[in-house]
Write a protein that binds this ligand. Structure first.
Ligand SMILES: NC(=O)c1ccc[n+]([C@@H]2O[C@H](COP(=O)([O-])OP(=O)(O)OC[C@H]3O[C@@H](n4cnc5c(N)ncnc54)[C@H](O)[C@@H]3O)[C@@H](O)[C@H]2O)c1
Length: 319
């Protein structure tokens, strides 16, 4: 069975989701409040889809995937008989509320409603829903058509069945779902990012190393392992035959002494911000953002190909 998916909101995230859903065999309808955003979103979806079938000429697979995507003119048309709804409207509670009310009005009662929200709380979005048990947050990393992670955050009223369906659906798409057992700001990945960001700012601002060297130390060192092993497994292996317990015993005290030396501010100091901005400007002088984005996306696509090739064969279905 090919899942019928509705993409509600066709900005940066919705259009990228639509490309991924279509590439993996789903039938996709896209809708946005603004007709011009629907057209623009379709264009962005097409470009993202094209990057998932990277050949000079348009392949049969690309054309078949493109044919699976339609723009819906109304929410009713969008939601008719869809099994899975990926909501990606503007990140504000009142906007989400209005979108969710419309979705509930026209969606099948058994459809899963997944919100791409980066930071709004699932329990607040569930307030006032007629079927809160079918709702959860499914937070992707940008761009969702390339980066596998999706963080699933059930609210207190989400039922096990909806969570299991969402988990199975994203897994079948080749995504890597993780589940939050409680709602916390920043979910998992952005909290880790915040901790690393703070330290990388301080390393530059305190004069310990240049911005370029701090970024190099991250991506030519730990970043390579982080692409396929998390911090815990990395340290389990660093512990040798004695594993993680040995790592705690032998390397833990040294790392704890570094922890005592880490910065703990919770607002970026103005001087630190000015210094990283100055060094970043020097570092990228003469390179345009689109040029660097193309460079990034090409490398990202190659990495994903190497690390996640098997999942590409999967065809998504809800159950
Ligand atoms: N941009 C990111 O890096 C990123 C990453 C992960 C998650 N997200 C989340 O994805 C969601 C969308 O973010 P985005 O960056 O794509 O925003 P965006 O501004 O690019 O797109 C939002 C779209 O929603 C439409 N919209 C607004 N109200 C609507 C309504 N009532 N009905 C239908 N459409 C409506 C707008 O016209 C717009 O096209 C947010 O919740 C955001 O937190 C964003």
């Amino acid at each position: 069975m090919q899942t019928k998916v509705a993409v509600y909101g066709t900005g940066t995230i919705g259009s990228s989701w639509a490309a991924l859903f279509a590439a993996r065999g789903c039938n996709v309808r896209m809708y946005d409040l603004l007709p011009e955003a629907r057209e623009a979103g379709f264009g962005k979806m097409r470009a993202a889809l094209r990057s998932l079938f990277p050949r000079e000429e348009e392949t049969h697979e690309f054309r078949a995937a493109l044919a699976r995507v339609e723009i819906a003119a109304t929410p009713e048309e969008l939601l008719r008989d869809t099994e899975f709804i990926q909501e990606s409207v503007v990140e504000r509670y009142p906007v989400k509320r209005e979108a969710h009310e419309t979705i509930e009005r026209f969606a099948r009662p058994d459809a899963v409603i997944a919100s791409s929200s980066s930071g709004l709380l699932a329990h607040r979005m569930q307030e006032g829903l007629a079927r809160p048990e079918r709702f959860l947050v499914a937070h992707p990393f940008n761009p969702p058509h390339l980066i596998p992670l999706v963080e699933l955050v059930p609210g207190p009223r989400t039922n096990e069945d909806a969570l299991a369906q969402a988990h199975a659906f994203y897994t079948a798409l080749g995504k890597v779902p993780v589940v939050l057992r409680k709602e916390i700001p920043g979910h998992i990945a952005n909290r880790i990012a915040a901790a690393v960001w703070r330290e990388t700012i301080d390393l530059v601002a305190s004069g310990a190393a240049s911005l370029e060297d701090v970024d190099k130390a991250l991506c030519a060192g730990p970043g390579l392992r982080w692409a396929f092993m998390g911090q815990h497994l990395t340290y389990h292996l660093n512990g040798g035959p004695g594993g993680y317990a040995n790592f705690f015993a032998h390397f833990g005290p040294a790392l704890e002494s570094y922890m005592a030396d880490l910065v703990t501010w919770t607002e970026v100091p103005a001087a630190a911000r000015a210094e990283v901005l100055r060094q970043m400007e020097d570092s990228v002088r003469g390179k345009s953002i689109p040029e660097m984005e193309a460079w990034r996306d090409e490398r990202l696509a190659k990495l994903v190909e190497v690390l996640y090739a098997r999942e590409k064969e999967a065809v998504a279905h809800v159950r």
